[in-house]
Design a protein around this ligand. Structure first.
Ligand SMILES: CC(=O)SCCNC(=O)CCNC(=O)[C@H](O)C(C)(C)COP(=O)(O)OP(=O)(O)OC[C@H]1O[C@@H](n2cnc3c(N)ncnc32)[C@H](O)[C@@H]1OP(=O)(O)O
Length: 435
């Protein structure tokens, strides 16, 4: 491996993993994340990792793993008004025997160095525990909602919804693979302006699966995914004039009580290209027989369903952290997105892990136009850590709100409001699947 600032404790070394390490990877993973299934029971699980981006830590050559990390290549990760190469950090785990000795710290430094080498200016992740990644410069860049929608919940009308039909089928890669890949990504939907919000598509943070490994895993539907009585993977496809306009994957569970059946619909991705298709799809998802509730895995905070529900309070929304973002190359990342208002601001940035991100950066952009970011000797208008720049990066966390918590300091009066307006985005960021 190339040498990086990552300093593993004495006695440990990195090991580039290959497909031959499948068992070692699953063993380490089930130490880090307890699972009722033994390693042998994952035989039918298609591993989503890209092996060339999967690195272990060992104490003896070829021995069991002490730790593990991987990243997914998102070459076209949506950021406000643009797409960038982003490394999706994932499969992070340290064997409990080896925890709190600095293995994660060394793996993060090694990961960030590899991002630099590959020209990925941003890294993103979902955090197993929200307290882990802030110290490494990752900021909470998006939230999502966890809902429990009562069976038969009233939905507001949308003109044209009645012109749609919804097919309910077993989810099958051969039959639905192309449709799901196309709709989830919706080519051409990442626009300079977020002027066509829909369910999922055209949204900062909405990563799409770009590797065969990720798709194979998505469709593999192994027995280990059917925990707690869940059925095999199903799909609802919403169509207009025979053309697919959206889909939702789902699994039902069914319980019987004295009062009657209590089933739950658990949805996975819910994607619709327009409001009428979303209305038709949700209309079916919230009214399936023997069910008492529909529980989307997660939805963006401004998902169409939040506007469609006549009684949104009854869905008992809980907020959870969604994507976390780390700027690996501050000028490339800041110049690589668009801004929703004219901006000319000097940011004084601190970054303890990647010192060449630190210093003063002048960011200039016209509303929804290209941006430029360069080093400057000018005094900063705003001072903040790279973690806060990451939090604000996808447009879902206000710089003004961060200032309210003392995390952004305004040195030039008026600069905070102007920058906060520019960094926002019309559509809330979120990714519809956990990577
Ligand atoms: C993107 C993803 O894949 S998310 C998945 C993350 N994995 C898991 O949650 C699986 C279970 N947990 C683990 O495997 C490990 O405990 C890890 C990966 C979270 C931490 O690994 P470790 O090697 O113990 O971390 P390391 O020793 O480098 O700790 C660095 C610092 O982070 C802190 N830290 C580590 N884990 C946590 C945590 N869960 N919560 C809060 N702080 C933490 C440590 O206390 C330490 O702080 P210090 O520098 O002030 O002493």
């Amino acid at each position: 491996m190339t040498s990086h600032p990552a300093a593993l404790p004495a006695g440990y070394r990195f090991r580039q993993l290959t497909a031959d390490d499948r068992r070692a990877l699953l063993d380490l993973d089930t130490w880090a994340f307890p699972d009722p299934h033994g390693v042998d029971e994952f035989d039918d699980l298609a591993l989503p990792v890209s092996w060339e981006r999967t690195v272990g830590v060992e104490t003896a050559p070829g021995g069991p793993l002490a730790a593990l990390r991987a990243s997914y290549p998102f070459s076209r990760f949506p950021v406000p008004g643009a797409e960038l190469p982003v490394a999706g950090l994932t499969w992070v785990g340290v064997h409990p025997q080896h925890r709190r000795r600095g293995l994660l710290t060394a793996m993060i430094d090694d990961h960030l160095a590899h991002c630099r080498e590959r020209g990925e200016p941003v890294s993103a992740l979902f955090a197993a525990e929200a307290a882990i990644y802030g110290r490494f410069g990752y900021g909470k860049a998006a939230d999502d909602l966890r809902l429990s929608i009562p069976r038969g919940a009233a939905l507001r009308d949308v003109p044209g919804a009645d012109a749609h039909t919804v097919r309910l089928e077993h989810a099958d890669r051969e039959r639905h693979g192309e449709l799901v890949a196309r709709l989830h990504r919706a080519p051409g939907q990442v626009r300079e302006r977020a002027d066509a919000p829909a369910s999922g598509v055209n949204r900062p943070g909405w990563a799409t699966r770009e590797t065969e490994e990720l798709w194979a895993s998505y469709w593999s539907d192994p027995k280990s995914f059917r925990s707690a009585g869940r059925e095999s993977l199903r799909i609802a496809v919403v169509e207009r004039d025979g053309e697919p306009r959206g889909y939702a994957t789902f699994r039902r569970t069914l319980g019987w009580e004295v009062t009657g059946p209590r089933g739950t619909v658990h949805t996975g991705d819910v994607v619709a290209l327009d409001a009428a298709a979303a209305r038709a799809l949700w209309g079916v998802l919230v009214d399936l027989d023997l069910m008492s509730a529909t529980e989307p895995f997660l939805v963006p905070t401004d998902d169409p369903v939040t506007g469609l529900l006549v009684d949104p309070r009854a869905a008992g929304a809980r907020v959870a952290d969604n994507v976390w973002v780390r700027l690996v190359d501050v000028p490339a990342a800041l110049a690589g997105r668009r801004y929703q208002a004219d901006v000319d601001v000097v940011l004084g940035v601190t970054d303890a892990r990647l010192p060449d991100n630190a210093g003063t950066w002048r960011l200039r952009a016209d509303a929804f136009g290209p941006a430029a970011c360069e080093r400057t000797d000018a005094a900063p208008d705003l001072e903040l850590d790279v973690r806060e720049v990451g939090a604000a990066y996808l447009g879902g966390t206000s710089l003004a709100a961060l200032a309210g918590a003392g995390l952004v300091v305004e040195r030039t009066p008026g600069a905070l409001a102007a920058a906060a307006a520019a960094f926002g985005w019309p559509v809330a960021p979120a990714c519809g699947w956990v990577f």
